[in-house]
Design a protein around this ligand. Structure first.
Ligand code: DGJ
Length: 707
């Protein structure tokens, strides 16, 4: 057959599909240039391994679906079996290449299992290299046999070079999402599995592997992410056989996928990217992929006020109308009514599933509030949690069969006093859908904050995720301009599956600016800033009890889709004036922040961070230069500004955003006091510049424009 070479944006992908055996990926990394057919064949020949002692007699290769049958003793890419006939021997899948087709940036491989005569399995794998160098791998499996096939797993697997000896992935917890963890890649299998029915707060999120010491701006690195909102597994196998494989796929419960003859299972898409120069190159590629999604928001991201930390469950119309007035005064553009508006929902013990307005708190429905919001020129958003039900609800009383259960009548453990609606039951999904459509018909709702506050812990996560996607898609079919935010007790469900149907994510329930600095820096590895809700909260922060300066809270919330989550009636006029000035700064920065490339610095002092966004033409940029800890020495180090064009001259100026960051006594550097300085891009990128000696937990924001 052939050797396939896909090229895009400095990346090459080479697939050896020359014979009927299992194809192998020979290269996914830096561009190899234009290669002729003989050169590609020579490349493939030069990749054939020596046969070592005490090994298979034929050269081993890591197939695109690694299987025991081909000599791969690491985790397999496909596992499962047909219902055995009595007396039949143990049989694992055996695949051979049936066909391969390719075009400039994509290839389709068809594999079949007909080792015993009749074809019993068919696997189709699509490799697409996007315009910006993101490799998408989509696999599907069809049972072509005559007995049922119970699938244990179908994963996308990529080879890693021997130089990739260090791994970065993420852990976390509620209000502490995206905690990076790094380790060496040693021999054996490293495996992360998620059984939350969502990614979870500890989601592995993006798995990056690279040369030891890779950073934001240095080191060759590969990264992968599974575009899926349910149970998943990702692994790295460094085999004593001399290969390292990165695999990822849906985590399936025993018996969860049983394919009748002729049925097909589609695995979630794997996204992978390569960068010669660290993680910033990875996020640039992932952001381009996300920004090309049809669901990507195309309007300026409206400054948002969310009522949760302002009023919690206390829904009093006068109080909320007061909040609307103050929101309008400071320049808010979208007002979001959070949890507490449904019938009987005075706390989190009840009423989930009943998507009708509480007649006691809201005798005239939501109209008086929404009318005022709209007349103040703001959009209106509403909190919902459509996948969930409280036992104390009309829904659970009238349709107990829709509360997702394990076998028999056993409910999963209660979590925040709530349970999951079995959306895979069409009648249940249609009931929820119609209730939401009725709300959308009665009220001019621009946006739903779509929450999901528990692990599923029972039933089929596969069916539930597909049904949730379908529900979201149905709502947006009826209301194409409706925006949806993915919230899951903060950032418990942020992935490229949900991003295909949402316009915002809520990275964390903590509005503590110190914690947010790291959560935003790492969540933006996959998700571009225009999706990342970033709210100014009260001091002390509700979740941590820590009090930060207004300047730090304001500056931190400028990176992302900005908002306010603060009881404005408890603010004084000076604070509201600061918020109004900050709102102006947000409006003037958002065009840049929501379209540029995110860059970060590899600082020597862990307490000093650099986060920036650089316009595609590098003529405009904004940087957050933060001190998150006590300085290691009596002077902070020079801060470099990554991502600029070394050939351009720039002017660097402090951004005013309503409050002044605080520094230790003493004088700031002269350029700061002068209000700016002109410097070549080469100097800013390679040498950096002095900053005021910031106190811990302060950020200065600078704008850098080409002269
Ligand atoms: C969890 C969310 O993350 C919060 O922002 C808030 O919407 C609450 N749920 C409401 O119950």
């Amino acid at each position: 057959m052939t050797v396939v070479h896909l090229r895009s944006a400095g990346t090459s992908f080479v697939l050896d599909a020359r014979d009927a055996g299992m194809p192998a990926i020979l290269h996914f990394g830096g561009d190899l240039g234009e290669l002729t057919e003989p050169q590609l064949r020579a490349l493939a020949d030069s990749s054939v391994r020596a046969v070592p002692p005490s090994a298979l007699n034929a050269p081993l290769r890591l197939g695109i679906v690694p299987l025991l049958a081909d000599g791969w003793s690491g985790l397999p890419g496909l596992d499962g079996r047909h219902d055995p006939t009595p007396g039949q021997a143990l049989r694992r899948p055996v695949l051979r290449l049936e066909s391969v087709e390719s075009s400039e940036r994509s290839a389709r491989v068809v594999l079949v299992d007909d080792a015993d005569g009749d074809p019993v399995l068919r696997v189709e794998i699509d490799y697409d290299l996007s315009e910006h160098g993101v490799l998408a791998v989509r696999s599907q499996l069809t049972n072509t046999g005559s007995a049922d096939f119970e699938l244990s797993g179908l994963a996308a697997v990529l080879p890693l070079p021997g130089s990739a000896r260090e791994r970065l992935d993420f852990a976390g917890a509620w209000s502490a999402e995206r905690v990076p963890q790094r380790a060496a890649i040693d021999v054996g299998t490293w495996l992360r599995e998620s059984r939350h029915g969502r990614g979870g707060h500890d989601d592995a999120f993006v798995t990056a592997v690279g040369e030891p010491g890779f950073g934001f701006r240095r080191g060759e690195v590969w990264a992968a992410h599974l575009a899926w909102s349910g149970d998943s597994r990702v692994w790295i196998d460094r085999s004593a056989l001399g290969f390292t494989a990165l695999g990822a796929g849906e985590l399936l419960a025993p018996g969860e996928i049983r394919l009748a003859p002729g049925e097909t299972y589609a695995a979630p898409e794997l996204l992978a990217a390569w960068s010669a120069n660290g993680l910033d190159g990875i996020s640039a590629r992932f952001h381009s992929w996300v920004r090309a999604l049809p669901a990507h928001p195309d309007s300026p991201r409206p400054l948002t006020l969310n009522t949760w930390e302002a009023v919690y469950f206390e829904h009093d119309l006068d109080r909320l109308l007061g909040l609307v007035e103050l929101a309008a005064e400071v320049g808010v553009e979208r007002f979001v009514l959070d949890d507490g508006w449904m019938i009987g929902r005075s706390d989190d013990l009840r009423a989930l599933g009943d998507w009708t307005v509480d007649p006691e708190s809201w005798p005239d429905g939501l109209h008086p509030l929404i009318d005022r919001v709209k007349s103040a020129g703001m959009q209106f958003g509403l909190w919902v949690e459509p996948e969930m039900v409280s036992l104390d609800s009309r829904l659970a009383r009238e349709h107990p069969e829709w509360v997702l259960r394990e076998t028999g009548d056993r409910l999963p453990e209660s979590w925040r006093y709530q349970y999951v609606v079995d959306l895979a039951e069409d009648a249940a999904r249609e009931h929820i859908r119609d209730a939401l459509l009725a709300l959308l018909a009665e009220y001019p709702i621009d946006y739903l904050k779509w929450d999901m506050n528990r692990d599923q812990l029972g039933g089929s996560a596969h069916r539930q995720v597909l049904a949730t996607y379908r529900l979201m898609d149905e709502l947006r079919e009826h209301h194409p301009n409706l925006e949806i935010e993915s919230c899951s007790s903060g950032g418990g469900r942020i992935d490229a599956g949900i991003l295909q149907r949402t316009q915002r994510v809520w990275p964390s329930d903590t509005n503590d600016a110190h914690d947010r600095q790291t959560i935003m820096r790492w969540t933006s590895l996959l998700v571009p800033p225009e999706y990342l809700g970033a709210h100014v909260g009260a001091a002390p922060a509700h979740v941590t009890g820590r009090a930060h300066s207004l300047a730090f809270r304001l500056a931190t919330a400028l990176f992302g889709h900005a908002g306010i989550e603060w009881d404005l009636s408890a603010t004084d006029p000076a604070e509201r004036a600061a918020l109004a000035a900050w709102a102006g700064a947000y409006r003037s920065l958002r065009g840049l922040v929501h379209s540029g490339a995110v860059v970060r610095g590899d600082e020597a002092d862990a307490g000093e961070t650099v986060l920036g966004v650089v316009a595609p033409d590098a003529r405009d940029a904004v940087y957050w230069l933060s001190s998150l800890d006590r300085a290691e020495s009596s002077a902070r180090s020079l801060r470099r500004l990554p991502g600029l064009d070394p050939a351009l001259d720039y002017r660097v100026e402090p951004v005013e955003f309503g409050a002044d960051p605080a520094w230790y006594w003493g004088t700031p550097p002269p350029w700061w006091s002068d209000g700016g300085i002109a410097l070549p891009g080469s100097v800013l990128a390679a040498r950096g510049l002095e900053l005021p000696m910031l106190l811990p937990d302060e950020t200065v924001v600078v704008r850098v424009r080409a002269l």
